[in-house]
Design a binder for this molecule. Structure first.
Ligand code: GTP
Length: 235
């Protein structure tokens, strides 16, 4: 395997599958199968999942709700997804631990860095819920932060698009996909990989990001094999 320890960032919206809201069980199961596959190959896996399929802080603000309040609701949404993923993984025999950035001790361990590291060393998949625990930070920022804290070698950003393009492929037929691109070129060309807070954290800590299509079964293992899948962003 190309990487020993990874942080996998999953989008909440992808969990919807073809549904308009919530969690699609088939999609969840496909994700769990892919994670199980690489876990069995010995890869240490930390996961951060978004909450946009359930609640988005930005929408709340448009409706007149205080941004901070909406962001906390979004953090709770990530916990619902985290618990769903945990259950899906455990039903397939994968050992997991869930840690939350906001204390909710009846349903999750609190985030304790050293404990999370031990879980990873023991081969447990560790899911980090509730983002960073702070408003104004996205789950991409949580993913960058946890990846750095866990000494992960790479962030694997699973999305519906299969990499970083020179323009929006849905709008520009001439858009081309990069196999590899530097952080500076992403910035210089005005491309978007993650929000700037998350992006800068990765750049400054020399943490590469691989953007790939997680909805194609087997892709996660291909990335771990070192196959050319998606786009790698690095210094
Ligand atoms: P080791 O000590 O390394 O074997 O780790 P462990 O996670 O198995 O130990 P522990 O006995 O602490 O945890 C057993 C189970 O309780 C695991 O499923 C944990 O996720 C869960 N657990 C531990 N702490 C908490 C907590 O504060 N709240 C909740 N809800 N569950 C917890």
């Amino acid at each position: 395997m190309k990487y020993k320890r990874i942080l996998l960032k999953l989008s909440g919206e992808s969990l919807m599958g073809d549904k308009a809201f919530g969690i699609d069980n088939d999609r969840l199961s496909v994700y769990a199968d892919q994670i199980k596959e690489i876990s069995e190959l010995g890869v240490e896996i930390a996961i951060v999942i978004g909450g946009g399929n359930i609640f988005r802080g930005v929408q709340a603000e448009e409706g007149g709700m205080d941004r901070t309040h909406g962001d906390y609701m979004g953090m709770l949404a990530t916990m619902i997804n985290s618990m769903a993923l945990q259950a899906a993984l455990e039903s397939k025999g994968v050992q997991t631990r869930l840690q939350s950035a906001i204390e909710m001790k009846e349903i999750s361990e609190p985030f304790v860095r050293r404990r999370a590291m031990r879980h990873l060393e023991k081969g447990r998949v560790v899911i980090f819920g509730a983002g960073t625990g702070n408003p104004y930070f996205t789950t991409d920022s949580a993913a960058s932060l946890r990846a750095i804290e866990m000494d992960a070698e790479v962030i694997l950003k699973g999305t519906r698009v299969d990499g970083v393009y020179s323009a929006d492929p849905e709008k520009d037929p001439n858009a081309t996909k990069y196999d590899m691109i530097s952080f500076d070129d992403v910035y210089g060309n005005g491309l978007k990989v993650m929000d700037m807070t998350a992006f800068t954290l990765c750049k400054e800590n020399d943490l590469p990001i691989i953007v790939f299509d997680m909805d194609t079964p087997g892709n996660l293992r291909r990335v771990l094999n070192g196959d050319q899948v998606g786009t790698i962003v690095r210094n």
